[in-house]
Design a protein around this ligand. Structure first.
Ligand SMILES: C[S@@+](CC[C@H](N)C(=O)[O-])C[C@H]1O[C@@H](n2cnc3c(N)ncnc32)[C@H](O)[C@@H]1O
Length: 220
């Protein structure tokens, strides 16, 4: 069995995210905004030899690092330089999509586009786990609490939210039911809760320093 080398806090943390995602052997998983691929590697442990894991991130450097980690561990994962708002996978490819510490980097209209893409690439019955900051974070002061409304708008059902045992962090889980299709995004940056801001580039390559500072949890 693969043993991932992670700092002690992250050793507790990544498996807990994988637990929340309810990953099962044989499943096909996508990690959006995968960074250097630590969670994707953990996901592969859960889905095993009959499953498959892909990770996407706009940062070529992070994807190169993720590929290197997979190679070093002798594991086969598919890491690609891709943005969430333009996923390159065929419809209904994945059982589970994961998003950790990524959504708060995006304005709500971009989150909405990304969620619509995720609905497309999920199989009917598949689910999305978003794990992120509870408090306002990132350039858009967004929080995990904004996520259920955005996910509902994108077509997710049976939305569950919850606390985690990590202070300041929460999760949202949503299911794509059979027949859920693409919907137009209603959200626009300047409409969301009176926030007014200028839309940035789609690619926000923010380092992990904030997370390291707040929680001391995330390693490269
Ligand atoms: C704080 S890091 C989190 C990385 C990883 N998910 C983790 O938990 O360690 C945020 C990641 O989101 C990625 N990102 C930023 N904009 C993105 C976009 N439009 N689509 C996909 N990923 C994006 C960044 O490159 C970065 O790797």
């Amino acid at each position: 069995m693969l043993v991932l080398r992670m700092p002690p806090k992250e050793q507790a943390f990544r498996p807990r995210i994988a637990d929340l995602a309810r990953l099962q052997p044989g499943e096909v998983v996508l990690d959006v905004g995968c960074g250097t691929g630590t969670l994707a590697l953990e996901a592969l442990q859960r889905v095993g030899a009959t499953g498959r894991v892909s990770g996407i991130d706009p940062s070529g450097q992070k994807i190169a690092h993720a590929r290197h980690k997979a190679e070093r561990a002798g594991l086969s994962l598919d890491f690609q330089v891709v943005v969430i708002e333009q996923l390159v996978f065929p419809d209904q490819t994945f059982d589970v999509v994961l998003s950790t510490f990524m959504m708060h980097h995006l304005p709500d209209d971009l989150k909405c586009q990304g969620l619509a893409e995720i609905v497309h690439v999920l199989k009917p019955g598949g689910h999305l786990l978003v794990f992120d900051m509870k408090g306002p974070a990132g350039p858009w002061k967004s929080s995990i609490r904004d996520q259920p409304a955005l996910m509902k708008e994108a077509g997710f059902s049976q939305i569950e939210t919850g606390k985690t045992r990590f202070p300041g962090l929460g999760f949202v889980l949503g299911k794509k039911l059979a027949g859920d299709g693409r919907r137009p995004c209603r959200f626009r940056c300047n409409e969301v809760k009176g926030k007014s801001h200028t839309r940035p580039s789609c690619i926000v390559d923010t380092p992990l320093a904030t997370l390291k500072g707040i929680n001391g949890l995330v390693s490269e």
